[in-house]
Write a protein that binds this ligand. Structure first.
Ligand SMILES: CC(C)(COP(=O)(O)OP(=O)(O)OC[C@H]1O[C@@H](n2cnc3c(N)ncnc32)[C@H](O)[C@@H]1OP(=O)(O)O)[C@@H](O)C(=O)NCCC(=O)NCCS
Length: 184
């Protein structure tokens, strides 16, 4: 895995909307509900509180002064938070996503003592995301068939979570397996 501790993270607020719009609208996001966002869509999302507020934080990921990625942390008042992580196409496949997952896990569990889990949902075909989740201690907890509408298609998706206890101890607790017995 390449060296990735040179990344920096910059928290975004309303004054950063032009930077956010530039990032979101100049890439295609094949594993998101809207692969090609327009400036108006990003602005509308920002006005609806999607990117910053009491329960949500957004950060830019920077490498040598260039914006290479974005991460949004949300549902921060719950015991299980969620996130959205996006790297520019040119920045993918170099270990940055895995590094960002490590950073966000530490940041979230450090800053929010009530937080017990970090959850992630993605499409079955998003192999880079799934490998990065496994690499950082997330465990697959769910397989949802035909659960994710992408245009005309209904695709399968998967759910992962990282427990605070696993993060703190550096262990990976497996999912209990097996069906209940008949009549139980
Ligand atoms: C998903 C994403 C964050 C992963 O970050 P990344 O920097 O590209 O991934 P990494 O370089 O850290 O690689 C993580 C693992 O995935 C593997 N991988 C990377 N790109 C891959 C690809 N295109 N296909 C299959 N595996 C891939 C790596 O080999 C590595 O596996 P390993 O740990 O077993 O060696 C990034 O690709 C991205 O932003 N994609 C577009 C947006 C997106 O899909 N976000 C997630 C939405 S839920």
């Amino acid at each position: 895995m390449p060296q990735t501790d040179h990344l920096t993270y910059r928290r975004l607020g309303p004054d950063d909307l032009p930077v956010l719009i530039a990032f979101m609208t100049t890439e295609t996001w094949p594993f998101h509900g809207i692969p090609n966002l327009s400036p108006e869509q990003v602005q509308g999302q920002a006005e609806r509180g999607t990117y910053w507020g009491e329960d949500v934080e957004s950060w830019l990921i920077e490498e040598a002064g260039l914006t290479v990625g974005f991460v949004r942390l949300f549902d921060l008042s719950d015991s299980g938070a969620l996130f959205d992580l996006r790297l520019r196409a040119a920045a993918r496949g170099r270990g940055l996503g895995t590094a960002a997952l490590r950073w966000l896990s530490g940041d979230l569990f450090g800053a929010y003592p009530h937080l017990n889990r970090i959850e992630a949902h993605t499409l079955v075909g998003n192999l880079a995301m799934r490998r990065a989740l496994l690499r950082t201690g997330f465990v697959q907890e769910a397989y949802h068939r035909q659960s994710w509408r992408q245009g005309e298609q209904l695709l399968d998706s998967v759910g992962y979570a990282l427990l605070r206890s696993d993060w703190a101890s550096g262990t990976v607790t497996p999912i209990p397996s097996g069906e209940p017995e008949r009549g139980v």
